[in-house]
Design a binder for this molecule. Structure first.
Ligand code: ADP
Ligand code: MG
Ligand code: ZN
Length: 644
């Protein structure tokens, strides 16, 4: 297995699923990638070879290898008459055996003698006596070649090194030489081939983005009416669900340039660099408008500043501030739209989500059964499938998989088929690929085991049914057993109208709905699971507030037991601080009263659900089958056998 390259969602693998831990390395210095280092070393070898080569060249051609002899021997050679001609330079006395000076270009083969000069006044006298021709040369061999080697080449060499280093530094993230130049890749118009049909299983998100495309194509239509289009749209969802793909599809559909940057790209070693990049990015984008700026992994810069008390990250804060300034600075009619993606919307700075910024959020969730089948179909378009391959069956067993997981499975199956020497991909290849992936995903608790799935289905059905049977409760919009974040499933309720005041019975109804999940679980499995932990926290919270804040208990009927403190300046997101203004005895009463309320409601909910056990079973069964039920489907099921 190890010889198969594992393709697919590389980034998905590294990121822990929606967990609390830090997800993006930011703030640290950026190392150039190892490949670049390889190139660096490679070039170094070249330089060393060059230097050695040059010295050798010098050695061989410029200083003919002449034996250096003792001064006394040199003198005696003159005495014997072997040396007929002597060339005097500062560094050497050279004796030749011929009188005729040969052209210095043709290397002479005559024996020559060299010696290191000694200040000997007798030498000249000796040479006169022997009739030796002697002359001095100011610099040894000042030929053109020599000039080239001693001046031109070294200069050229250093120039080469200088150029090389400059280029190298320029590549290394431009910290020193070109601070703040945006590294956004500008993709020219029409370059993006991605279209909406390439993205499947996220229909709600697509519906929202169609409007953005329309605006980019005919901005006049909107500005004529005076309509305001959102400047920023935030795509929220787990990794690998196609957020990046969707952003590209928007640019592709609208046929506008697409500037893509990752939040991590902005966060640099030096304070101010990120901010400069943001400025630069927006400047470029404004020139190219209409266009799309896509900031992937927005949380890398958009992390809430609130949690930074004492020791914030200056660089990130400056970058974030610059982003906010730029977003406020451009006119909504300028044809610039900012898309951003994150899988941690919870950590984003609230300032980013204010009106005029990323005020529209689009949920990009893991696909349901139909969506998964469509995604598999898209990705197996280029793959030769065997006749018996059943894509729906594959979709059925891949609950909880993201789009990237599914793309990976198709690819993996194709590789398995190749390895098995098959011409087409068969069902068994898919099965093996799924098995491999499931093992990995189960570790991340994204794929539910059958027993867990059933319990989750009953849990969500319980919430939904209690909501349906509680008068005044918000209607159920969607039920799902596709895991999302920490939750194994979810039930979505949409308020019909904005509520400004909530009555006591509304609050109790909310507690009922929250308890519904746990009650339903207990009814099918006869025991409690930890799945409802969050529900209980919320239910308890409501009960406590009823007593301490809203004065809805018997003993403290019209007394608020807590007082609201001042808000910390600048953190609108945080609840005001509460001060406890009651005694220990009261605390005990509150605790007991909470338990009372919850227990009473629990009994009531058990009653509702046991009377409607048949509907509960049907809804849970349908959930297991389809994974998601929308409002209409759910109403149809409840309407059939409700007992009110
Ligand atoms: P994200 O940005 O949400 O982490 P990506 O858009 O990078 O996910 O998705 C990675 C790859 O997975 C895509 O290039 C595509 O091949 C595949 N993919 C993910 N979601 C979908 C989808 N909804 N429809 C089709 N392909 C998808
Ligand atoms: Mg992405
Ligand atoms: Zn629940």
């Amino acid at each position: 297995m190890s010889d198969i390259p594992s393709p697919g969602p590389g980034n998905d693998k590294k990121k822990p699923k929606n967990s609390g831990g830090p997800q993006f390395p930011f703030g640290g210095p950026k190392l150039p990638d190892p490949k670049k280092f390889g190139g660096w070393r490679f070039s170094l070898v070249y330089i060393i070879i060059l230097v050695i080569g040059m010295s050798l060249f010098n050695y061989v051609f410029l200083n003919k290898v002449n034996p250096t002899v003792d001064f006394s021997e040199f003198k005696s050679k003159i005495v014997t008459g072997e040396i007929k001609r002597v060339e005097l330079t500062d560094s050497y006395f050279t004796g030749y055996t011929t009188l005729q000076r040969v052209s210095s270009r043709t290397p002479s083969t005559e024996p020559v003698y060299r010696t290191v000069p000694i200040n000997d006044p007798d030498l000249v006298k000796l040479m006169d006596e022997k009739g030796v021709s002697y002359y001095a040369v100011s610099r040894e061999g000042s030929t053109i070649l020599n000039i080239i080697f001693s001046w031109v080449l070294p200069i050229a060499f250093f120039f080469f090194i200088w150029r090389f280093l400059m280029k190298r530094l320029g590549n290394m993230g431009s910290n020193v030489l070109s601070v703040g130049n945006s590294r956004a890749v500008i993709v020219a118009e029409g370059d993006i081939a991605t279209r909406f049909p390439d993205v499947a299983g996220v229909d709600e998100a697509k519906d929202e983005l169609v409007e953005v495309v329309d605006f980019l194509k005919n901005p006049k239509k909107y500005t004529d009416i005076g309509g305001k289009i959102p400047k920023g749209v935030l795509l929220v969802g787990p990794p690998g669900t196609g957020k990046t793909l969707l952003a590209r599809a928007v640019a592709g559909e609208a046929e506008v340039p697409f500037f893509r940057m990752s939040g991590a790209d902005f966060v640099e070693m030096f304070v101010g660099v990120g901010a400069a990049r943001v400025r630069d990015l927006f400047k470029q984008a404004r020139e190219k408008a209409p266009c799309i700026i896509f900031i992937d992994e927005l949380d890398a810069i958009g992390k809430s500043r609130i949690n930074n008390i004492g020791g914030g990250n200056d660089e990130r804060e400056q970058t974030l501030n610059q982003l906010l300034v730029e977003m406020d600075g451009f006119d909504a009619t300028s044809g610039l739209i900012i898309l951003a993606a994150t899988n941690r919307p919870d950590v984003l700075d609230p300032a980013l989500l204010r009106p005029g910024r990323f005020d529209r959020q689009v949920l990009v969730d893991r696909p349901d059964l139909k969506g998964r089948e469509a995604i598999i179909r898209i990705h197996s378009k280029t793959v030769k499938l065997g006749d018996e391959v059943d894509l729906e069956a594959i979709a059925r067993v891949t609950s909880g998989f993201s789009g990237a997981d599914l793309a990976n499975i198709v690819n993996e199956a194709a590789l398995l088929a190749v390895r098995g020497g098959r011409k087409v991909v068969e069902q068994k290849d898919f099965n093996e690929a799924i098995e491999k992936t499931v093992a990995g995903l189960q570790k991340k608790t994204r794929v539910l085991k059958p027993a867990e799935r059933k319990l989750t289905a009953y849990h969500e059905a319980g919430h939904a049914l209690v909501a349906a049977f509680t008068p005044g409760s918000d209607p159920v919009q969607k039920i799902s057993i596709i895991p999302r974040g920490y939750a194994l499933g979810y039930t979505l309720q949409m308020p019909i109208e904005d509520r400004y005041t909530i009555t006591q019975s509304d609050l109790l109804g909310r507690i009922d709905v929250l308890l519904g999940g746990r009650v339903a679980e207990a009814m099918v499995s006869g025991e409690f699971s930890t799945g409802a932990g969050n529900d209980l926290t919320k239910a308890t919270d409501i009960a406590r507030k009823m007593i301490t804040d809203y004065g809805m208990s018997d003993r403290f009927k019209n007394v608020a037991l807590t007082s609201r403190g001042m808000r910390m300046p600048g953190d609108a997101a945080q609840e005001p601080m509460f001060h406890r203004e009651y005694s220990e005895a009261t605390q005990q009463y509150i605790d007991e009263e909470i338990a009372n309320i919850v227990e009473k409601r629990y009994a009531g909910v058990t009653d509702i659900l046991s009377r409607n056990r048949a509907v509960l079973d049907t809804v849970a069964g349908q959930l297991l089958e389809k994974e998601t039920l929308d409002e209409k489907e759910f109403k149809a099921l409840v309407g059939a056998g409700a007992d009110g």
